[in-house]
Design a protein around this ligand. Structure first.
Ligand code: 4AD
Ligand code: MG
Length: 405
């Protein structure tokens, strides 16, 4: 018989009859001898516990996959639920491989009214002048191409705990550098209940290393071709990055290190001033060409959403940048200011209170410590392929004075 999750949970008898339950996996817990799944089909707020032998192939049994489970309903030994399903057969109906580690893929919008980074480097979106609008403008508020999906991810992390997005982002940075584009892709993640930069850095390092190992094993010929003709020795440099633990230094320590070599730089390193590309590249060399996390930047240098460290006169925020060989900054992230009054004051100081009322509301209703990060995809390609100029890792680069085609 086919039962809904609700009927299965409410079943009274344990006649040993075989039943079939269909639904989506809400959690997977694999122990030495047993595998626990929780599945739900929307018929009940509670999920049904499925208990399987650990010999079941669990590779496709991921959060979000849809499954059909056949087996026997039995009284659960646990007080948490009345019945559980002893699985004899588990069939994956549709897998859900975008939710590795339980991260849910969110499509964040490209057109938005917020300026997440607060840097004012926005491209504005308006209908072409031929279109007659009855109102002043199309959306009634100024709208822009997104600089980051972070604020939308923060909303969704309040529902799914761990979320990510991968999409185009746009910045009107007037920069002709070897690592800036006006249109680039970003992988962003947001995680609820993260309380320390340590936890966040673990995810960042894990993402870099896992992605790189997957690239190396799935497309070795492409990578080798690039390394051979463009970046000899890059394979060894990559292996060096993969086998070492990434390092961690504070912004204050970084400035001290830079000051000792001031003569090497065009821009004089100074506490309270942002790190320049040349500074970042020097720091990575100084760290033996192992990627290095720089943490706790001055509050004055960073956007309104970063968490205040409340550390006296220095006044830093829980920010983290990951610097990598050849590129410098590859990831930017932080713990978010989840405390209502702190955030309210920060917004008020920047005159943003009204615009970000909805963002403040996230701190009024069930706020949790959380944090996240973004990794520039083209810079990632530069780093693993050893390509010096970002314009060479993308077929149609857009940058200042250049949008041909
Ligand atoms: O450090 P950024 O500005 O951080 C954010 O946007 C955060 N809201 C992300 C988050 O926490 N969800 O940008 C993140 C990364 C940078 O470290 C860099 O790799 C890349 O995006 N990036 C660029 N890549 C190419 N061209 C540009 N103009 C870039 N600006 C940033
Ligand atoms: Mg940054």
């Amino acid at each position: 018989a086919r039962l809904s999750v609700r009927d299965a949970l409410g079943a009274q008898s344990t006649s040993g009859e075989r039943v079939k339950v269909q639904g989506w996996i809400r959690s997977v817990r694999s122990q030495k001898e047993v595998l626990f799944l929780h599945i739900n089909d929307g018929s009940s707020l509670e999920s049904l516990q499925v208990v399987a032998d650990s010999s079941f192939d669990n590779r496709e049994l991921a959060f979000g996959s849809s499954v059909e489970v056949q087996g026997q309903l039995v009284k659960s030994p646990s007080k948490k639920q009345n019945m559980e399903l002893k699985a004899e057969k588990i069939e994956v109906v549709g897998n859900c491989d975008a939710t590795d580690n339980g991260f849910v893929h969110i499509h964040t919008p490209i057109i938005t009214s917020n300026d997440c980074e607060g840097a004012g480097e926005l491209f504005q979106v308006e209908p072409s002048s031929k279109i007659k609008m009855p109102e002043e403008n199309f959306f009634n508020v100024p709208a822009f191409l997104t600089v980051s999906g972070q604020l939308h991810l923060e909303v969704m992390s309040g529902a799914f705990t761990q979320v990510f997005t991968f999409g185009p982002t746009f910045r009107a940075e007037n920069s002709q550098s070897r690592r800036h584009l006006a249109e680039f892709y970003m992988v962003e993640a947001e995680i609820s209940f993260v309380e320390s930069l340590q936890d966040l850095m673990q995810v960042m390092e894990g993402l870099f290393k896992t992605a790189t190992m997957m690239v190396l094993s799935n497309c070795p010929e492409d990578v080798e071709l690039c390394h051979k003709f463009i970046a000899p020795g890059q394979k060894e440099r990559l292996e060096h990055m993969l086998k070492n633990n990434f390092l961690i230094i504070s912004y204050t320590e970084a400035v001290e290190i830079l000051k000792q070599s001031s003569q090497n730089f065009t821009f004089t390193p100074e506490w309270g001033v942002d790190l320049h590309t040349e500074h970042e590249k020097y720091l990575v060399k100084h760290c033996g060409n192992i990627p290095v996390f720089v943490i706790n930047y001055p509050l004055a240098l960073k956007p309104f959403y970063m968490r205040d460290n409340e550390d006296g006169p220095q006044h830093t925020v829980a920010a983290v940048d990951l610097l990598v060989p050849g590129v410098g900054e590859l990831f930017g992230g932080s713990l978010r200011e989840e405390r209502y009054h702190f955030l309210e004051q920060r917004l008020a100081r920047s005159g943003l209170t009204e615009t970000y009322q909805w963002y403040l509301d996230l701190r009024r209703f069930g706020s949790v410590p959380h944090g996240g990060f973004g990794m520039g995809f083209e810079r990632y390609l530069q780093c693993i392929l050893g390509i010096d100029n970002i314009k060479d890792v993308i077929p149609f680069p857009r940058f200042t004075h250049s949008c041909i085609l």
